[in-house]
Design a protein. Structure first.
Length: 310
């Protein structure tokens, strides 16, 4: 059984070979969701599904035909409390195409002390197409959590995915003045680490407000596209990005100026970053980029999951 460690040296298992999840004697839930997608003729099917604890999926959807299988990941409790440990493990077999999203934001609630851990591992075999498009993670003041996303690609597998986080609840006037959030995003190709991003936010820390840090903005996001060199498209995509930032701000230049969005290329990995005031704005911008890059990376026009319209 392969294992990973957290920053404090504690061991936790890498699904799906994990110890079955359980209630941790008042310290939260331990939950696991393991999915496998396979090609069956011209159709991608959810060939294996295993869950323990409060993680589920709805039935597969096919809004764009048989080739792409859309799946919505559910967490019925509606939020993550201190001590919860959630693991999502996804394997996409050769030639299969899986798109995964969530019907609502993930909420990290205030903790009395225990740390919650969310580990998301996505594996794409040679020729697989993997899309990871969850709703945002809302980090309540006082939450203590680690969120880790690891993407492992083999051969010619291609990937588009994002992570969005909101520190505090700005709509309710709540700032992230207490608590702690650790974030890690890793992209691996054929066993070699090609992209790694780590962040650590402590409630009330100077970095949250400093001009060299988050500038007082609560929402941060990263979008990754991997598998196709898009350096020749970079200037056009930057124009699309800037137009999207302006549109998401309602066409108001002064409001668009509060957001910071950028694109860069590292070989066959395109990286988009967002820093700004609104999860709605961030989702709109990343969705526009997804629509622009999906035909280039996956050779398919984007069809938004139906759940996004509800």
């Amino acid at each position: 059984m392969r294992q990973l460690t957290d920053d404090e040296g504690r061991w936790y298992p890498d699904p799906p070979r994990a110890t079955p999840p359980r209630v941790l004697d008042g310290d939260g839930w331990e939950a696991l969701l393991a999915l496998r997608f396979a090609r069956d003729g011209l159709r991608t099917v959810l060939s294996e599904r295993m869950h323990r604890g409060p993680l589920r999926v709805q039935r597969p959807f096919y809004p764009e035909g048989d080739a792409a299988c859309h799946v919505y990941i559910l967490h019925p409790p509606g939020g993550v409390v201190g001590g919860d440990r959630l693991a999502v493990n996804v394997d996409v077999d050769p030639g299969a195409h899986a798109l995964l999203t969530t019907p609502a934001a993930t909420k990290l609630y205030r903790s009395a002390g225990p740390r919650s851990i969310i580990q998301q591992t996505l594996r794409g075999a040679d020729g697989a197409l993997v899309e990871w498009l969850p709703q945002e993670t809302i980090v309540f003041s006082g939450a203590i959590a680690d969120v880790r996303t690891r993407v492992e690609l083999s051969g010619s597998a291609r990937f588009i995915g994002w992570e969005l986080s909101c520190l505090g609840r700005p709509a309710a006037g709540e700032r992230f003045d207490r608590g702690e959030l650790g974030q890690r995003i890793e992209l691996v190709r054929d066993g070699k680490l090609v992209y790694s991003e780590r962040a650590h936010y402590r409630g009330g820390a100077p970095v949250l407000a400093a001009p060299w840090g988050l500038r007082g903005e609560p929402v941060v996001g990263t979008l990754l596209c991997a598998g196709v060199d898009l350096s020749g498209e970079l200037e056009r995509l930057r124009e699309i990005l800037q137009q999207s930032v302006l549109a998401a701000a309602g066409g108001r230049v002064e409001d668009a100026a509060t957001s910071c969005a950028a694109l860069s290329c590292m070989g066959d990995v395109l990286v988009a970053r967002y820093l700004g005031p609104s999860t709605e704005q961030a989702r709109a911008i990343f969705s526009d980029l997804w629509h622009a890059t999906r035909p280039l990376v996956l050779d398919q026009r984007a069809t938004s999951p139906r759940i996004w319209a509800t």
